[in-house]
Design a protein around this ligand. Structure first.
Ligand code: M6R
Length: 615
């Protein structure tokens, strides 16, 4: 949540920072602001609303040119999305500017203390106290990095802070605790950002900052210390995607681009994980085989769409390994005092690797002695760094707030982990594993075929733009798919959408069915467990008899559903457990089109942010 950029070098800081903010706008779009060091002073500008409002402001009131600057795009926590609450925040003398991501939990006490010393605080934010504290410390030590270290030691909560001071031109200082911040290292220039996307057009060389570290950037390089001033070790890494991956590439939205990229994302996630004999080689899973053999319980923690991936993974893990598997919302996990020990394997799924709820669940699990395996899409992010092992999904950057390609690759990674556990524990034979891997290798093409047949789904979505409610039903792995279809519609189209286990209908939800209500039904393969398929066909008849307008997603060749489908969406035949990889795609297209027809911005739905770094 919130996007942060800092720059020092020889280019126009404003241009670099604004371009970076554009790439980070997915992290929050309640307001935006910049500050540039120029002519011995500090030139700030900020506006409520999207970045475009700030662009207009800058066009009308240009800032002086400077080569050191910071910027921020906000997802509001403390104080509404107003001009006054927008970042950067300045001290009373207007010499220091600071931008912040996270929550400073002891801000009220600090604010009272500052007010007592005569400071005048103008906003409702928790951030503003930092600008005032930095100004006080700087006046004593005349060193912004040292002032930052002193201030950070007084702060409680989670924060990324980036600051500049008019009396230290050519320097940008950042700090991080429980919130993302990466350094970009260029030739005679350096960058700070919440995400490498902000500086990928300038450099692909990055540094990973650790917990409780302060970084000082100047044209001469980068210095990193702990909050106590001790020198710190940092890991350097090369970003293996380029600026074009973070562009829309001719699509109307990032979401459409990311939906279209799914065949490649799925294939890339399988790359390098299968040896010449067709066995799995998950080198990154550094948990010793004997520990995996002793695992007596798997617990998956995740949020939102990643949680739905976890719900699907449970079916594969239990079926292929016979290890009991629980799936828990990360935000609930540690508060119920879960039963964990050294024999529990906790799998944390997160696209961003920065979701605070999931991170806290990871920490809790490790405190209990459990091993944690992260499934993550973002190299160098906090969750994989704090886990015992990581399996990266290779979806490439996902910019649209609604998760699409990350979900499909999370599923692939989950299947790989389940098979790997089966391989290590001997619950799956080599030929069985190879057969599933062959099926997985064919999924990219199957998704491609689904994408080629989506026009009727788009047409249907447009025709439903005036609806208030859409329901989704599924059974077995189709149930989490139904939940995911409903989540996509809620977050993008702002409609009442709910997913149900079809068997649960008769226990209450069937009362919602009325004449013309659209109900999307995900039908399991008739070639799997036919009883499951037949039960769902009965459920379709039950809702249709009560007036529902049925949208049936069924495997090619499954004619039993035809008489009961007002709209029939065909998906390629896949093994039962893998069906979510193809069945989810029409639901993504459906939600995207319906939201667009309702005039909503699909990449940046209201009230949301891509990366949820607060609890
Ligand atoms: O980055 P993460 O995978 O940890 O994010 C988890 C959820 O916040 C995320 O999946 C969210 O539900 C998406 N907006 C759904 O499309």
């Amino acid at each position: 949540m919130c996007g942060i950029v800092g720059y020092v070098g020889s280019q126009s800081a404003l241009d670099v920072v604004m371009a970076g903010l554009k790439r980070l706008e997915y992290r929050g779009y309640d307001s935006a602001g910049v500050a540039v060091l120029a002519d011995g002073g500090l030139a700030p500008a900020k506006r409520a609303g999207k970045l475009v409002n700030l662009e207009k402001e800058l066009a009308e009131h240009p800032l002086p040119a400077g080569t050191t600057g910071i910027g921020h795009t906000r997802w509001a926590t403390h104080g509404g999305p107003t001009d006054a609450n927008a970042h950067p925040h300045l001290d009373n003398a207007g010499r220091v500017a600071v931008v912040h991501n996270g929550i400073i939990e002891n801000f009220a006490a600090l604010r009272a203390e500052l007010a007592g010393r005569g400071h005048d605080l103008a906003s409702e934010t928790d951030t503003e106290v930092v600008a005032h504290l930095l100004a006080e410390e700087f006046s004593a030590c005349a060193d912004l990095a040292e002032a930052m270290r002193l201030v950070c030691r007084r702060l409680e909560g989670a924060f990324t802070l980036v600051a500049v001071h008019a009396d230290e031109p050519g320097v940008v200082v950042g700090a991080r605790r429980n919130s993302p911040l990466v350094v970009g290292v260029g030739e005679g220039e350096s960058f700070l950002a919440s995400d490498v996307a902000a500086f990928i057009a300038h450099t692909r060389e990055a540094l990973e900052l650790g917990q409780d570290q302060v970084v000082e950037l100047s044209r001469d390089g980068v210095t990193v210390t702990g909050f106590d001033g001790s020198p710190a070790e940092v890991r350097a890494y090369h970003v293996d995607w380029d600026a074009s991956a973070a562009e829309k590439g001719g699509h109307a939205s990032f979401m459409l681009k990311e939906i279209a990229e799914q065949p490649k994302a799925v294939a890339d996630t399988l790359l390098g994980r299968i040896d010449a004999e067709g066995s799995l080689t998950l080198d990154e899973v550094r948990i010793p085989a004997h520990e995996l053999r002793e695992t007596d319980k798997v617990v998956i923690v995740a949020c939102g769409t990643a949680f739905h991936a976890g719900l699907i993974a449970k079916y594969a893990i239990e079926h292929w390994t016979r290890i009991p598997c629980e799936v828990e919302l990360a935000s609930e996990f540690r508060y119920r005092d879960p039963i964990l020990d050294q024999r529990s394997l906790v799998i944390a799924i997160s696209q961003s690797g920065e979701t605070m709820d999931t991170l806290m669940a990871v920490r809790h699990a490790r405190e209990q002695g459990s091993k944690v395996l992260a499934i993550c899409n973002t190299n160098g992010s906090t969750i994989p760094r704090e886990s015992d092992a990581v399996l990266y999904t290779h979806a490439g950057p996902e910019v649209a707030v609604a998760s699409t390609k990350a979900f499909l690759t999370q599923l692939v990674a989950c299947y790989l982990v389940a098979l790997y556990l089966g391989q290590v524990r001997g619950t799956k034979w080599g030929d069985e594993i190879r057969a599933v891997i062959r099926d997985l290798a064919g999924i990219g093409q199957a998704v491609e075929r689904v994408l080629g047949t989506m026009e009727p789904v788009r047409e249907l979505a447009r025709s439903l733009a005036g609806q208030d409610t859409v329901l989704f039903l599924g059974r077995h792995v189709g149930y989490p798919v139904a939940l995911e279809g409903a989540l996509k519609l809620k977050e993008l189209a702002y409609m009442h959408a709910e997913g149900f286990a079809a068997g649960e209908l008769k226990h209450g939800p069937i009362a919602l069915i009325e004449e013309g209500l659209p109900v999307v039904v995900v039908v399991p393969s008739p070639r799997g467990r036919s009883v499951l398929h037949d039960k769902l066909v009965s459920n379709i008849q039950e809702i249709r008899a009560r007036g529902a307008r049925t949208v049936v997603i069924a495997e090619e060749g499954d004619e039993t559903v035809t008489p009961y489908a007002d709209h029939l969406v065909r998906i390629p035949a896949t093994p039962t457990l893998l069906q979510p990889l193809v069945a989810t795609v029409p639901l993504q297209v459906f939600a995207c089109e319906l939201a667009t027809a309702r005039g909503n911005e699909v990449d940046q739905p209201r009230n949301l942010a891509k990366s949820v770094t607060v609890e």
